[in-house]
Each structure stands twice: as C-alpha cells, then as structure tokens.
Ligand binder design. Structure first.
Ligand SMILES: [Mg+2]
Length: 853
C-alpha cells in the first residue's frame, strides 16, 4: 500500500539519496544511484509531498554553489522524481567533514553505541567539528523549511533527522524556526543501537547529546530495549520526568514521545529479485551452503563466525566436502587502521582453515571481499541452506530479513544472534550467542541437519511476518507517531505527560524524604520561589508558596534556608517568614533563626573599588531604565528594562567601567554583578549553613534539598553533588547543569513544597521553647546519600505538647535576633570586618555572633 504523508517531508541525513559523480567525457556532474531500503521507502514520500532532502553529496566540491544535476530521463530509481531544487547539498571543508565523520561519528559513536567503549575515542576537537557540521545541516534545514512555508504559508513541514550523524541539529533548527515563527514537526530515527546508561555516561558530553536528540517531538529506535535505554538516560542524566509505560519524556516544558519502530526491507522487491535471479553457485546435490553477508566491521563478529565453523569441521569431519561457507565481506572504512587490521586477521584465519581442511576438489570457505550485485545476492540468499547472521551487536540487521524474503525455493534456516535488533522479533530463527564457540558450532550443525518440516514451518512464519512488516509498514508507523499519516484510523492524538503535579515528586524524592527524615531545604528566591519579574521589587512570592513555607517552617526537624543574590535585609523582607535561615549576597551574609550571624570578610581594597564603580555606573550608564542596586558588599547593575537599540551601547560602556575599576563581571539575569574577589559562593555558603545547623556530620543525618534557577545556583549544586538532591529551574532546551533534576517553573517548586508538606504531615507543628533550637536532638536516620535509599529509621517520638498556637516564650538558651540588633548590624555593615569571636558550630548559647571565616 502506498504511504502518504499529510505534511511535506524534509529528510536530513548524512548522505543525499544518490551519489554525485563526473561524466568522464563531458566532465559534467551526474547522479549515481546508491539506493538502499531507506531511500526506496522514504524518497517517494519526499517526491510526492514536494519535500526536500538535506545531505552531503559524497563529493568535496570546490565550488560550493555547484548545481545538482537533474535525474537521467531513463532513471527508474526511487529518486528519479526528486528535482534538483528539492535537494540541499551540505558543503563543509574536507578537514571539517573528516573530523566530524571519521573523527566523531565513526571513531566515537559507532563503537560506543555498539557497546564497545574500548574502541571509542573521545576527543574534544572532533566533538567540536560534529557540533559545527550539525549546525550547518541545521542552517540548511531551516532554509528548506522557509521555502516550504513560502510556497504554502499554512503548511507544517515534517523534519525527519536520521541517525547518529544528526544528533545535535534539532535544537538549532527549533530555535531558529521559533524565532522566524515557522511551524514544524520534528522527528529523529536512530539506525544503530542505543546503549544502556552505563555506556552512554562514558561520553563526556552526554548531557548535550541527549538534549540534542530531545529537541525533536518524536524519537524512534529499532526496538523497545533501545527506547527504554534512552528513557533511562534522560531520567538519570538529565533528571527528566519520564513515563515508561507510555514511553514519554518531558524535557523542560515539552513532551517527547519515544517509539520502537523496527525498520525493515522492501520485501516484495527482494522476493521478485530471488524469483528472477539466475543460479550463480553450482549446485552439487551433496553439498550444503552456509552464507554470511556482512560489511567488514568489528561489530559483525566475522572472526567469531569463521572460528565457529572451524570448530564445526573439527567436531564433524563428515561435513568436509559437504558444507561450504560462502562469506561475502563488503569493504568498509578501508583507510582506518582498525579495519585494515580486521581484514588482515580474517584473511589469515580463512587462509589457515582453508589450508587445513581443503581437499583437491573442495575448499571449506569461499571468501568474496568486495561488493556483489543485488541479483547475485538474491541468488545467494535463495540457494543457501543456512544464513549465519551473528553480529556481536547490531541495531537491526537487514541481511536476516533479506535472506528470509529471498527464500522462495527449498526452505533454509536462519541462524541469528540475539544481539541484533532483528533477534527481538524473528523468533523462529535459531538464536545463538556468537561469543560461545562450542555452542555456536553446535547451532550451525543443528541448522544443517534440521528436518524439512521444521525448516518449512519456521521459514513460513518468518516470511509471513516480514512480508507484513516491510519497510512501508515501518514508514506508516513512523508517520503515525507524528500524526502525519493520511488515512490514519487512530482516534487519539499522541500521548502527553500530565502537567507536573505533586505526585511526580514521589519519583524524585520518595525514598529520600520520609516521615522520619530530618530535612534541610535550601532555596533560592528569584526564579525559584518567586517568578522572575521586570523589576526585583515586583518579584513577589505567590501567597500559597508563602503559606506552605510557613507551615513547613513550623514542622519539627525541618530547616529552611533562603539563599539569594539579593541583600540580606531585602530577601528577608521579601520572604517575610520568621524562623528561617537567610543568606544574602550569594551567601556573603548569613543569619540563622537564632540570630547567629555570619559575614564573609571583604577586602578593604575591594570596598574602595566598589564605591568608585558604583559612582561611575550611576553617573554614566544609569539611563534608559538601567539602574544600580546597592547590596552592601556587592552591587548589581540591572539592564533588564533597557530597550534593544540602547542595550549594546550601555552594556559595553558598563563592561568598560568594570574593567577600568578592576572588578570582574559576574553576569546574571540581564544584569552585571560586582562581587568580592574571594572564593565564596552559594556552594560554600550552603555547606556553611548545613554545618552550622547540624554539625560537621550533617551529611549522615540530614536529607538536603536545594533548588535554584541560575548560574550562581550551580555552585551550590556542584558543592552538594552526591550529598543532596538538587533541582535546577529552567526552560532551556540545552543546558549543562550539575543538578540531579530539572523543573520547568517556580510553580513546580510550589508543587514540590506541597509534596514535602504532605509527606511530613504526620508531624504536628512544633515549637521548642518558643522556637526550634538549631541543635535540637538528632537521631541517626541512616545513610542519607541521595543515591542510596535510606535505611528505614525508627519513627521519632514527636512532642505533641507544643503547637503553633503555643505562645512564644523567651528562649533562655537561644536568642533570636531582634530588630535593634539587626539595625545595629546594618549600620555596622560597611565597617571593616572583625575577627572571629566564637565558632558558630558551638552551642548556640551566645548572643548574636558575628563570625568570619
Ligand atoms: Mg534565582
């Protein structure tokens, strides 16, 4: 049945669907056919929908604007209808292409994705070339989308990226199309395996890679196992919310569907070829033929296969002169040393076996190193008794399917490795582990001696399935996943994950926060508790968030710290809840609920420079909505409200002023910040807070959660790595973060707080002696590392005598900071720091302490 798409299709693949060559007589470029199964299936859809194909032509042309020739009038191939203006050839320099193709695709992704990491190399410059070449493919794809929109403004083109060469293009395409307001659908299909998380994590830029693939709306792999591997990676590496049942991944605010789409072959074409092909191999009625057809690649297990055949001949000498192995090895990547070595090994092995077992009229192995025509191949498939398809790892393996399609005569036997994707569905094949030589030889023997009725039965079933599930079936199923199939009878649109709800946090925190957990919550303010607003004064925390935080703050064994880039007094007044730890100026100033105060010393020299910078910024660049926020030991120059046309002039001048004064710039949300030149940040401040609240061994006893939305919060996520669960609030599609999970918005933070509240709801609000002591009794609750499920702890006896309504009594041991002391502190703030007057980790029996480190 013809497959039709509702949308014009833009195929983006490493290669164009035909090769380019030069006519030796005229010197003109001509098309050369190199159509495989994919092109056969997909090219007609591109032709019919008036779509486009983006890819490399196979030639490094000096003239980059060279015109693609039209097809020959006698061309009968699937790409004949593809006009030259439907083809966008990618032109990159030979060196860059080599780094991308050989250096990264073939030397890194090919072995890694085939779970052979020892053979993979990881080189930053090759990865950079991969990035750049993907960006070039993306640029041309956007061109293609533009053209389609110009010719039909209402259209939504379907962009289909293919294989491990194109894993980074999607985000660039999406960003540009969003910017130009061009609607698209985007899908990706991987033609090789997708390995487990354990392998993927070896790739040093795995987060970028996964996010690159997630730029699409629909992602296809050959089999379910690869889909689950991918979902697992998204959850574990990126902290994405996933649904394994429906195979959905949420990346920031988009839902991406993951689909098992086993690729196949044009079954009928192979069957017709087999029916028509001349006999190639002379038929000796006493001889059976074993057939292997492989690209000469280390993943194909050629050496294992030939060694198993050797063992077979040793175990069953009666097979000599009666079972011949015909091995076709198609040359591949012949300029690569590894492949040359493999060829050498195979040559020697075959030579040795032939030398050992040959008789005057017979050789055990016939070895063809080269290409054979499709007709010849069909004859081989038809006339062999056993096909030995035993790769060590293979995405799908189409040889197995081609063999089955060509079995039009006496039924043969398919011997198949379970490590090929095809092994998942071709159940009637004999499966054998190619790594076990003895068992392998026995399996070949079983195949050679299988009775006809069993062969018939197995082959019939195999042929039936492959006939139904041919390459067009694959294409139809793919189009269904993107809702683009004409005459699709399905009633339901593709699945969606529910918006983030409280329950989702069971997935993230279920085993980490239990009823008996001692909990530390470290939270950023802007963009985390309160949505980002045009002016900091407008960034208000939603009343509901405030109420939940208040209730949490009254729960026993819950400590909350707000760590913000705002000044201490400002963040304290914005949040407005008593009993919390507040850290201002990225943690340069910290005050605990008991009044213990910490100020990081600021070099006197810096204070002088800061004063000058503040003055000069105010004089020169505080125009057009730009302004300076004075936060004591830090200042922030805000330009969020400056119009686009003024922005460059103002920010460039501001940068000059920072340079002239000698203070380095810290960029944040449309602002530049001047911070003291000391190695103190939200990370060290977080560790300090935890240490002072719970003692040096806090990590053993406290479950810590951190949430933040910007670059300054990354310091805390890094510092807490392995010792806390951390959330990065972000909408960015491609972001490197040390956080364990990502959340789309401050609404999700509220959901998290509500989940925690519900989780701890068995605890009654408790106020110890008027307020919680920060050295309140701590019981061991086992290993608190977020990577381990905490050991169940004995439920703590919770005092129910104190409730929120108990009037506060003055605490004899812990003194709360009162306004007078606080004002005193504010007044003193600019004076040079004093030396330590007491360790903040000691019993909090001091009056408000000003400590330094
Ligand atoms: Mg923030």
């Amino acid at each position: 049945m013809k497959v039709q798409s509702t949308s014009p299709m833009v195929v983006v693949a490493n290669r164009l669907p035909f090769c380019l060559g030069t006519n030796p007589e005229t010197g003109a470029l001509v098309r050369k056919q190199c159509a495989g199964g994919l092109v056969t299936a997909v090219a007609p859809v591109v032709v019919e929908t008036g779509g486009l194909w983006v890819g490399w032509s196979g030639l490094h042309l000096e003239d980059q604007n060279v015109e693609i020739p039209e097809s020959d009038p006698n061309d009968k191939s699937p790409t004949a209808g593809l006009k030259s203006n439907q083809v966008l050839p990618v032109a990159v320099s030979k060196q860059q292409f080599d780094d991308y193709y050989n250096g990264c695709c073939n030397a890194t992704f090919w072995p890694l994705f085939h779970s052979m990491p020892d053979r993979a190399t990881f080189q930053a410059d090759k990865w950079e070339a991969y990035r750049q070449v993907n960006a070039e493919f993306a640029r041309l794809t956007v061109e293609a989308v533009k053209r389609l929109h110009e010719s039909d403004p209402g259209t939504v083109p379907l962009v289909w990226l293919h294989d491990y060469h194109m894993m980074l293009a999607a985000n660039t395409i999406r960003e540009k199309c969003d910017e130009l307001n061009l609607a698209i659908k985007m899908a990706f299909f991987l033609h090789i395996p997708f390995p487990s998380w354990d392998i993927v994590r070896l790739f040093p830029w795995d987060d970028e890679l996964l996010q690159g693939i997630l730029g699409c709306d629909s992602i296809g792999f050959h089999v379910e196992d690869y889909c689950l591997n991918f979902i697992d990676c998204c959850q574990r590496r990126l902290g994405c919310r996933v649904d394994r049942q429906q195979m959905l991944v949420e990346h920031n605010s988009r839902t991406v569907s993951i689909n098992p789409l086993p690729i196949s072959i044009p079954y009928n074409r192979f069957q017709e070829l087999a029916e028509a092909a001349e006999q190639v191999v002379k038929n000796n009625p006493h001889e059976q033929m074993l057939l292997g057809v492989d690209r000469l690649d280390y993943t194909k297990g050629l050496v294992h296969k030939i060694k198993a055949y050797e063992t077979l001949l040793k175990k069953h000498p009666e097979l000599i002169e009666h079972a011949t192995f015909l091995q076709v090895a198609v040359p591949s990547r012949t300029d690569v040393k590894e492949y040359q070595e493999l060829k050498e090994e195979l040559d020697q092995l075959i030579g040795r076996i032939n030398g050992q077992f040959s008789t005057p009229n017979w050789s055990p192995i016939r070895y063809i190193y080269g290409c054979v025509s499709q007709d010849q191949l069909a004859a081989f498939y038809r006339d062999s008794s056993v096909a030995v398809v035993t790769p060590l790892r293979d995405g799908m393996n189409l040889v197995a399917k081609e063999f089955v399609a060509c079995q039009v005569g006496e039924p043969g036997v398919l011997l198949l490795s379970p490590f090929a994707g095809a092994g998942n569905s071709m159940h009637e094949a004999l499966q054998v582990n190619p790594y076990e030589n003895n068992e392998f030889a026995d399996a070949i023997y079983r195949a050679l001696t299988m009775p006809k009725d069993e062969r018939e039965l197995r082959m019939k079933q195999l042929r039936k399935r492959e006939r139904e599930h041919d390459v067009n079936f694959w294409l139809r199923n793919f189009l269904k996943t993107v809702d683009c199939l004409i005459d699709d009878e399905r009633q339901f649109p593709p699945g969606r994950l529910f918006p983030m709800r409280e329950e989702d946090f069971s997935q993230f925190l279920g085993s980490y926060v239990t009823e008996s957990t001692r909990l530390a919550l470290l939270l950023d303010y802007d963009g985390t508790l309160a949505p980002i607003a045009p002016h900091p004064d407008l960034a208000q925390m939603p009343p509901e968030t405030k109420r939940v935080l208040e209730r949490l703050s009254h729960m026993p064994d819950v400590n909350i710290a707000i760590i913000s880039g705002r000044s201490l007094e400002n963040v304290r007044s914005m949040v407005g809840i008593e009993g919390l730890t507040y850290a201002g100026n990225h943690g340069f100033e910290i005050v605990h609920p008991d009044g213990t105060m910490f100020l990081h010393p600021v070099p006197h020299e810096f204070e002088k420079q800061l004063e000058i910078l503040k003055q000069r910024l105010q004089e020169e660049v505080c125009t057009d909505g730009a302004w300076v926020e004075n936060k004591g030991s830090c200042i922030t120059y805000h330009f969020r409200e400056v119009s686009k046309d003024k922005l460059v002039t103002l920010t460039e001048r501001a940068q000059e002023l920072f340079r002239e004064v000698g203070i380095s710039i810290h960029s944040s949300h449309r602002a530049y910040e001047a911070r003291p030149p000391v190695t103190w940040n939200k990370g060290r401040a977080s560790l300090y807070i935890l240490r002072t609240l719970f003692g040096l061994d806090w990590c053993d006893r406290v479950s810590t959660i951190f949430a933040g939305d910007d670059k300054t919060d990354e310091d805390a996520m890094k510092a807490l790595e392995g010792m806390a669960i951390t959330f990065r609030i972000t909408k960015s599609q491609n972001l490197r973060t040390a956080a364990t999970h990502r959340l789309p918005s401050s609404d999700a933070v509220l959901s998290m707080l509500k989940w925690i509240e519900r989780r701890l709801s068995a605890r009654l609000p408790q106020v110890t002696n008027g307020m919680r002591s920060r050295t309140a009794s701590m019981s061991s609750t086992g290993n608190r590392s977020p990577t381990h499920t905490p050991a169940p702890s004995s439920p703590k006896i919770i005092s129910r005598t104190n409730s929120m309504n108990t009037p506060l009594e003055p605490n004899k041991q812990v003194m709360m900071i009162n306004d007078a002391v606080y004002q005193q502190y504010l007044a003193k703030r600019h004076s040079p720091p004093t030396t330590s007057t007491g360790s903040p980790t000691q019993s909090p029996s001091h009056s408000p302490t000003r400590s330094t480190v």
